[in-house]
Design a protein. Structure first.
Length: 336
C-alpha cells in the first residue's frame, strides 16, 4: 500500500505530466496562427529550416532578450533554493510554485514572441549547439548517478568523488541552461518534431521546478526523462528520413545506454536484467537483418560518444571541482 507521504511526493508528477501534454497542445494551437512565413529551402543536416530568410534587429533582439530573462530568473531561483532551502519535502514549497509560474509566464512570452517575430535563437547559433546541450545534460546525469547505479552493468567507473559531488551540487544550472536554451532555440512551430521536442523540454522544466522535493529524485521519473531522448530521436529521424533512414541508430544507440547503465539503477533482479538485454539483442538483430548487417556498427555510435564525452567531462571538471570546493574542505584536506 502506498503511504500518504509517497502519494504527496508524486502528486506533482501525476498532475504535472498531463499539464505538460496540455501545454504542448497549446503550442500546436499557437502554431496554427503562423501563416505566410516564407522559409528558405532545406540545405542539409547542419541547416536549421525554421528561421527567417531576412532577420531584423527586432527579431533577433526579441528572441535573445526573452531567452536571457528566462535564463537569469531561472538561475536566480536555483540559487535562492540552494542557499535558503536545505531539506527535501514531499509537497510543493512556495519556491516550487513560484518556479512553475515563472516558467509558464516565459512559455507564454515565447508564444507571443513567435507570433510577432517568429525567429528563435537558431538564427545566430548552430543547430548542433541545441542538440549538444541535451546530450551534455544526459552525460552529466551519468556522472551524477555513477555512485548509485554504476556505469557498466552496475559497476562504478573510477570517477573521483569530488567530481560527482560537484556535478550534483551545480547540475541545476547546467540543466536549466540546456532546457531553456533549447526551448528558445526554436520558434513555436506546430510540426510533429517540434511538438515532441517541446513536450520533452516542458518535462525538463517541470523537473527543474520540483527542486528540493522528493519527486525530483524519484528514480523512475528521472530515468523516464533520460529515456525520452530515445523516443524523440527515433521519431524525428523517422519523420525526416522515413523508415529507410537512420532511426535505428538513435533507437538502439540510446537504448544501449539504458541496457549498459540506466537499467541497473531501477532495482531489477539479475533475471529481469538478462531478459531486457536478450530482448534488446533480438530486436537489434531483427532490425538490422532487414536494414543490412553492414550497418550494425552504427548502434555503437551513440553510447561511444556519450561515454567518451563523459571521460572528457570528468577530466575538465576535476580541477574545477577542486578549485570550487568550499574553503573549509580545502583547508581540512591540506592539513591531513
Amino acid at each position: 500500500m502506498v503511504n500518504d507521504a509517497a502519494w504527496r511526493s508524486e502528486r506533482a508528477l501525476i498532475y504535472g505530466v498531463p499539464a505538460v501534454a496540455l501545454l504542448t497542445g497549446l503550442v500546436w494551437l499557437v502554431g496554427q496562427t503562423l501563416h505566410g512565413v516564407t522559409l528558405l529551402p532545406d540545405q542539409g543536416a547542419s541547416w536549421y529550416y525554421w528561421k527567417l530568410p531576412e532577420p531584423t534587429v527586432w527579431t533577433r533582439f526579441s528572441a535573445w532578450l526573452g531567452y536571457a530573462a528566462h535564463q537569469i530568473v531561472s538561475w536566480g531561483l536555483i540559487w535562492y533554493a540552494q542557499t535558503r532551502i536545505h531539506r527535501y519535502s514531499t509537497g510543493l514549497k512556495p519556491i516550487n510554485v513560484l518556479a512553475i509560474g515563472v516558467n509558464l509566464a516565459f512559455i507564454g512570452l515565447h508564444a507571443v514572441q513567435t507570433h510577432f517575430f517568429y525567429d528563435g535563437l537558431a538564427q545566430d547559433v548552430s543547430i548542433f549547439s541545441s542538440q549538444g546541450s541535451v546530450v551534455l545534460l544526459l552525460v552529466v546525469v551519468l556522472i551524477m548517478e555513477n555512485r548509485r547505479r554504476g556505469l557498466v552493468a552496475g559497476k562504478r567507473a573510477p570517477i573521483p568523488a569530488i567530481v560527482v559531488d560537484f556535478a550534483r551540487r551545480y547540475h541545476g544550472y547546467l540543466f536549466s541552461w540546456a532546457a531553456i536554451y533549447t526551448f528558445w532555440y526554436h520558434p513555436m512551430e506546430a510540426t510533429s518534431g517540434h511538438l515532441i521536442g517541446f513536450f520533452y523540454m516542458f518535462l525538463l522544466l517541470l523537473q527543474s521546478c520540483l527542486i528540493f522535493t522528493t519527486a525530483h529524485t524519484n528514480r523512475w521519473w528521472t530515468v523516464s526523462l533520460e529515456l525520452l531522448v530515445v523516443v524523440h530521436g527515433t521519431l524525428v529521424a523517422v519523420m525526416n528520413s522515413g523508415l529507410d533512414g537512420a532511426w535505428p541508430k538513435f533507437l538502439f544507440g540510446f537504448l544501449a545506454v539504458f541496457v549498459i547503465t540506466q537499467m541497473h539503477g531501477l532495482g531489477f533482479g539479475a533475471g529481469t536484467r538478462w531478459a531486457i538485454f536478450a530482448g534488446y539483442l533480438v530486436a537489434v538483430v531483427a532490425v538490422y537483418s532487414w536494414k543490412g548487417l553492414s550497418h550494425l556498427h552504427e548502434v555503437l555510435r551513440v553510447p561511444m560518444a556519450e561515454y567518451l564525452l563523459l571521460a572528457v567531462l570528468v577530466l575538465i571538471l576535476w580541477p574545477i571541482a577542486i578549485l570550487a570546493r568550499p574553503r573549509g574542505d580545502r583547508q581540512l584536506t591540506s592539513s591531513r
